[in-house]
Design a protein around this ligand. Structure first.
Ligand code: ADP
Ligand code: MG
Length: 212
């Protein structure tokens, strides 16, 4: 059995405080099965339905790893849509409260380029965005991923359904080989197995059927 209490994890005090103030006492099943692996630095594929608590499963991992004193892009989170990226960025900011000066930047399509370029020039610790726009910034040399230590593919099945395979491949190729890759998905089609084979290091596959 997996322990379901967050206190069993090795997390920064600020993260425990934020979990408590959010009223998160017990880990959800997918969190209980992925977080010990995530926090230990392993590559993980987490398969679970909407509402199973996947965001905290990767957000706590990347925040635990983050060195806020290094003002570099250390985490990159890929999401299928702008709405989801904004929600994930909001959730990360909430979990990061009290960690001084942490900068989370969203980079999504459907929003003007100018302000994004300005924000990129100012820098960030964590970027959350959609594959097409991120690929665009990457190709134009505005986005450097050399310091990424945690790469997250959230709702990977939806990103593939939306035709983002090539953009995902290009982005993953630009990330350092020495990194942790976390992939979350509601389903596990063959294309995800291919991503796992090409871009992940012996990922643990965690499949959770129920939400609670
Ligand atoms: P998913 O990405 O799997 O669809 P989310 O990460 O968006 O799910 O989480 C679904 C809901 O559950 C959110 O409202 C979130 O705040 C809440 N939640 C996540 N983890 C916990 C927890 N350990 N305890 C209580 N609520 C939680
Ligand atoms: Mg989600």
């Amino acid at each position: 059995m997996h322990s379901t209490n967050f206190s069993t994890l090795n997390l920064k005090p600020a993260l425990f405080e934020n979990l408590a103030s959010l009223g998160y006492h017990e880990m959800t099943p997918i969190q209980a099965q992925t977080l010990p692996l995530v926090v230990s630095g392993k590559d993980v594929i987490g398969q679970g339905k909407t509402g199973s608590g996947k965001t905290a499963a990767f957000a706590l991992g990347l925040l635990q790893r983050l060195d806020v004193k290094r003002f570099r892009i250390q985490s990159l989170v890929l999401c299928p849509t702008r709405e989801l990226a904004e929600q994930v960025a909001k959730d990360i900011r909430t979990l990061a409260r009290g960690i001084h000066n942490i900068k989370v930047l969203t980079l999504c399509g459907g929003t003007p380029m100018g302000p994004q370029i300005g924000s990129l020039e100012h820098g960030a610790h964590i970027i959350v965005g959609t594959p097409g726009r991120l690929e665009d910034h990457l190709f134009r040399g505005r986005l450097k991923l050399d310091d990424v230590n945690t790469l997250v593919l959230d709702e990977a099945d939806r990103m593939l359904d939306m035709g983002f395979q090539a953009a995902l491949d290009n982005i993953m190729e630009q990330c350092p080989v020495e990194r942790q890759t976390l992939l979350f998905s509601a389903t596990f089609p063959d294309k995800i197995q291919k991503i796992a084979d090409s871009f992940m290091k012996q990922p643990a596959l965690v499949k959770v059927a129920s939400v609670h």
